[in-house]
Ligand binder design. Structure first.
Ligand code: ADP
Ligand code: MG
Length: 344
């Protein structure tokens, strides 16, 4: 484990496992990148200060929206930025603040063209905020469910491949997204930008009591079977659900379904019924989905009941790459011309 001292520096707490003598520390040890990334807080004292943005330096503009963990504002800090201001109720909780700082420490190490750019954070309570680049364009959620845009299979595949690349990178760095959903994916022109990775654990689940079980709407269908089985009615705090890389793959499956069908799986079924079905390994029927075997297989693999049976994002990327590129229907009289236009 690790703690963050008053200077915003991550210090290690030596546990049995990490206890080492001075000579151990001097001995070079070969380790994989992933292993090194996972244990760096124990090895390094890493200052977060360089990422600290004084709250007063931010020019906050209009509110963009509210989410589970706070309010997002348009802002200006050397250009357009998005500022995620954490909810106030969060501030009474020492552990939550510490968790926030750890998330920031992880966040600042991400550099990938399909991930939102982390720019800094305000880390002095009562102002806890994360500053990222401002995403242009709409979320996939807006495209699919509000504007009801239809993407052809080629475009759908390109979007999915970019998600797989961003996610593959995150997983390689040992980061589980935990909240992969169409609302957290922006489409800037043709480019996919994934947001809100890793932040889930610093949020307290806000249960909406109007929904019986109090599960936030539009969340359930991303939850893998093992997460569903761990849900408890009215869980008082954000007691950790067992999120894993495989549960991210499950969520990706749901996004693939949204892209293909323009709606959520288990559409308009009550949460109780979805929980019952998914918890027992039942999947949304694909009988009405007009798509090839390969395309449907991706859904079935991602939604596998056993977490170990789900593919990782590198495998998904390769599978998506191999999907036959669909051509526009050819008119018998102008076959060549039309097939060319389908490539462009
Ligand atoms: P959710 O993801 O559930 O919609 P959030 O708190 O993440 O909730 O976001 C609230 C609002 O702010 C949403 O409308 C979201 O699209 C928008 N938003 C979040 N992050 C950014 C960003 N980096 N750039 C632009 N808009 C953003
Ligand atoms: Mg979000």
């Amino acid at each position: 484990g690790s703690i963050i001292d008053s200077n915003g520096t991550i210090q290690s707490i030596e546990s049995d496992k990490t206890m080492s003598t001075e000579s151990d520390r001097m001995t070079p040890r070969l380790e994989s990148v992933e292993e090194r990334d996972n244990i760096w807080p124990r090895q390094n004292s890493l200052s977060l200060k360089e990422w600290d943005i004084p709250y007063d330096d931010l020019n906050l503009g209009a509110m963009i929206g509210k989410g589970r963990f706070g309010t997002v504002y348009r802002g200006n800090w050397h250009g357009d930025v998005a500022v995620k201001l954490l909810k106030e109720d969060f501030l009474d909780d020492e552990h939550a603040i510490e968790a926030f700082k750890l998330e920031v420490a992880i966040f600042k190490n991400t550099r990938h063209e399909n991930l939102v750019l982390f720019m800094g954070a305000c880390m002095k309570p009562p102002r806890l905020a994360i500053v990222t680049s401002m995403c242009k364009g709409n979320t996939l959620y807006t495209h699919i469910h509000l504007r009801r845009d239809k993407f052809n299979l080629n475009k759908t595949t390109l979007i999915a491949q970019q998600i797989a690349q961003g996610m593959g990178y995150l997983h390689r760095r040992g980061i589980v997204h935990k909240d992969l959903k169409s609302k957290n994916i922006f489409l800037e022109n043709e480019k996919v930008i994934i947001t809100d990775f890793g932040l889930f654990s610093v949020t307290k689940l806000v249960y909406d009591n109007n929904l019986g079980l109090g599960i936030p709407y539009g969340w359930l269908c991303y939850l893998a079977c093992e997460l569903i089985r761990n849900l408890k009615p009215c869980r008082p705090t954000n007691e950790d659900l067992p999120f894993t890389k495989s549960s991210d793959t499950y969520a990706f499956g749901t996004i693939w379904y949204e892209l293909l069908c323009g709606e959520f799986p288990f559409k308009s079924q009550p949460p109780e019924s979805v929980i019952w079905q998914v918890g027992r390994g039942m999947k949304q029927s694909l009988a009405n989905l007009q798509a090839s075997r390969d395309v449907k297989d991706i859904l079935m693999m991602c939604w596998s009941f056993q977490a170990d049976d789900r593919p990782d994002f590198n495998q998904l990327f390769t599978t998506l790459e191999r999907l036959p590129k669909k051509r526009l229907a050819r008119s018998p009289s102008h076959p060549i011309q039309l097939s060319r236009s389908a490539e462009s």
